[in-house]
Design a protein around this ligand. Structure first.
Ligand code: NDP
Length: 602
């Protein structure tokens, strides 16, 4: 029988649960992560850096530094900044791209824009002394901000760009790391911080014919402006007269589609699963509001946002956007009618709020897209956080254009690529250009995604260790037999959708430890074997991702839930299961206690 509360909110819970399960089941595949192909060999052209103005010429370096930071995105820049502030003098960032910026260097595709409010997404705004010009800043401004940060903290000058780390090896004799690169550099470093990022190796669908396509093709993270013309703000004049395919409809495609549609003769959007597309509501930064900000405002706003998306909201919602709206709905259900909520558990109320939110998102499709059958295909039937929610005010309307065709593959994806076409559901669509908006490697090994292995004490390989026994770290950061190595990543630590908060917390933690070492005269830190074992077991025992919430029948497959497949064995790669707020508090306690449980200093 329908609960009174469900009826009140116009939601048929049982019918929607059944529909969600149906949509999930038709997308489950036995090959899971194996459905994608690695961008290497014949496909390595998909990794070519189109943004580099020129190839930097320089001699190989053979020097000794205090620290090497691998990766020059926000994480690497903040880690380097905190290391310098801790007292290290020579800190070198090594970065594959030709400028610092990480994900914002690679993702310069048209329409790229942050999808979490820039006042909480762009880190250290108060320290750097910059306020973004818009609530949702666009890619060029974010990339410039990364440069400004690096200059502000004086870590830009020593950075090596267009340089790829190939090997990191511990030398027991002098207790330094040797970091080798593709430019024959051999750097000696006391500390190494790994900031290689979670989403940077492009992946392609494992369908036949990609290599044989005779037209032009590229991945969204290596946008080819020489071919399309324009820039990340649009104006893709090179696509005039061209038939273009975009494969994929995730967070990236949502931002690209309106720009390609505006220039191409015809755009075919190949969809396997529709994204949830909520209101964007961008606006220039309000000058009066900016003047009213008091010191400490950003930290307060970041924590307030995280509390809301983590289900622990305070009385005020400072950001008040599509991310935080779900929790407001839960609160409203209780506040508006606590009596009718009787008989429902908190979990069921959260489910109801989620169903109501997704219903709203589906109504938005109906209210925007004129063709009812296209509108139906664009409606997402799964829980809000099963996939990255998206926010865009132009995407849905683009499907009202005469030059745009949605090719919905009913959850099956494209069949194959031929010499001049994309084939889906047995139909061949002739195109001049294919843009792969198919995302990044997530479910592959850390070593493969980093592109190199780390060899620690006793010639222990980090890749081999983690392959054998599963990821083993203390706090997601230190690993036994890998002294003075810090890993900044999303596994075994505190995960939050506002990823830069995770990076800032981790960078602060590294800075704190190194400062402590310098003041106490220690030169080595290493995780204890028992401590990392216990931490890994704690993580696996309390893992949420991949097993509970987003692994359930309400979620279609994707990289958030290991392509909908339950993990084989314990989930050592999961984040801290009690949530990021609890994790950050735990790390703060660890720092304040002065006991340094689980690590040994020498
Ligand atoms: P995703 O992995 O999220 O999306 C890949 C898309 O490709 C999905 O729609 C997927 O469908 C589709 N796909 C895969 N294989 C096939 C196939 N064989 N045929 C047809 N379609 C296929 O990658 P994105 O680049 O969109 O986003 C990655 C992440 O980057 C986001 O989750 C987000 O974290 C981040 N991001 C952040 C932005 C920001 O502004 N901060 C903006 C853009 C991205 P299916 O869903 O069925 O798997």
């Amino acid at each position: 029988m329908t609960h009174r509360l469900d009826a009140l909110h116009g939601v048929d819970t049982d019918a929607l649960r059944a529909k969600y399960a149906l949509e999930r089941d038709k997308r489950l595949r036995s090959d899971g992560n194996e459905q994608y192909v690695e961008v290497s060999g014949d496909l390595s052209t998909f990794e070519v850096d189109h943004y580099a103005a020129q190839t930097i010429e320089r001699d190989a370096l053979n020097d000794k530094v205090d620290a090497v930071v691998v990766g020059g995105g926000f994480g690497g820049i903040m880690a380097a900044a905190r290391l310098r502030q801790a007292g290290l003098r020579d800190v070198r960032i090594i970065e594959k791209g030709s400028r610092l910026g990480g994900t914002w260097y690679w993702n310069q595709y048209p329409g790229a824009q942050c999808d979490i409010e820039s006042y909480v997404y762009l880190p250290l705004l108060e320290e750097v002394g910059i306020l973004p010009s818009e609530r949702y800043a666009r890619a060029p401004e974010i990339l410039e901000y990364a440069q400004a940060m690096a200059s502000h903290f004086r870590v830009a000058e020593s950075a090596l760009t267009q340089t790829v780390v190939t090997e990191v090896t511990w030398n027991e004799s002098d207790e330094y790391w040797t970091v080798r690169t593709n430019r024959d550099d051999s750097l000696r470093a006391r500390f190494v911080v790994m900031c290689t990022g979670p989403l940077h190796r492009p992946k392609l669908p494992g369908v036949k014919g990609i290599e044989g396509f005779a037209g032009h093709s590229f991945h969204t993270s290596r946008w080819d402006y020489d071919y399309t013309g324009g820039n990340s703000l649009g104006g893709l004049s090179g696509l005039e007269g061209k038939k273009v395919a975009i494969i994929g409809t995730g967070a990236t495609a949502i931002q690209i589609v309106p720009h390609v549609a505006a220039s191409a003769e015809h755009l075919y959007v190949f969809q396997r699963t529709p994204s949830s597309v909520d209101l964007r509501n961008n606006a220039p930064t309000n000058r009066e509001w900016a003047r009213s900000l008091q010191p400490g405002w950003q930290r307060e706003r970041i924590q307030n946002f995280n509390a809301h998306i983590s289900g622990q909201p305070g009385p005020v919602n400072l950001v008040n956007d599509g991310w935080t709206d779900l929790m407001d709905k839960v609160i409203a259900i209780f506040r508006d009618d606590p009596k009718t909520a009787e008989g429902k558990s908190l979990e069921q109320i959260v489910e109801l709020a989620n169903l109501v939110k997704m219903q709203e998102i589906r109504h938005r499709v109906d209210n925007t897209v004129l063709n009812p059958s296209v509108a139906e295909s664009l409606k997402p039937y799964y829980g809000l956080f099963c996939k990255r929610p998206t926010f865009n005010d132009e995407y849905l309307d683009t499907f009202n254009r005469a030059n745009v065709t949605l090719v919905d593959t009913d959850g099956q994806g494209v069949d194959r690529i031929s010499e001049g076409a994309v084939v889906a559901q047995g139909v061949s669509y002739d195109v001049d250009c294919i843009i792969y908006a198919t995302g990044f490697e997530v479910g592959t090994t850390y070593e493969r995604r980093s592109g190199f292995d780390v060899i620690g004490r006793d010639a222990q390989s980090l890749g081999a260790k983690w392959d054998e026994v599963g990821i083993r770290t203390l706090h997601g950061m230190h690993s036994h037999q890998f002294p003075n190595l810090f890993v900044i990543s999303q596994f075994q630590g505190g995960w939050t959708a506002n990823y830069t908060q995770l990076l800032e917390e981790a960078a602060n933690h590294v800075g704190f430890i190194v400062k402590h070492m310098l003041s106490s005269g220690h030169s080595i830190i290493e995780a204890d074997r028992n401590a990392e074992h216990e931490w890994a077991e704690l993580i696996a025992a309390n893992a949420v991702n991949g097993t509970g919430g987003i692994g359930g029948t309400n979620c279609t497959p994707g990289y958030y839930n290991n392509e909908g497949r339950p993990l084989d064995g314990p989930a050592y790669g999961a984040p801290y299961g009690f949530g990021s707020i609890a994790f950050f508090a735990l790390m703060q306690q660890w720092r304040q206690s002065g006991e340094f449980d689980g690590v040994t200093f020498r």
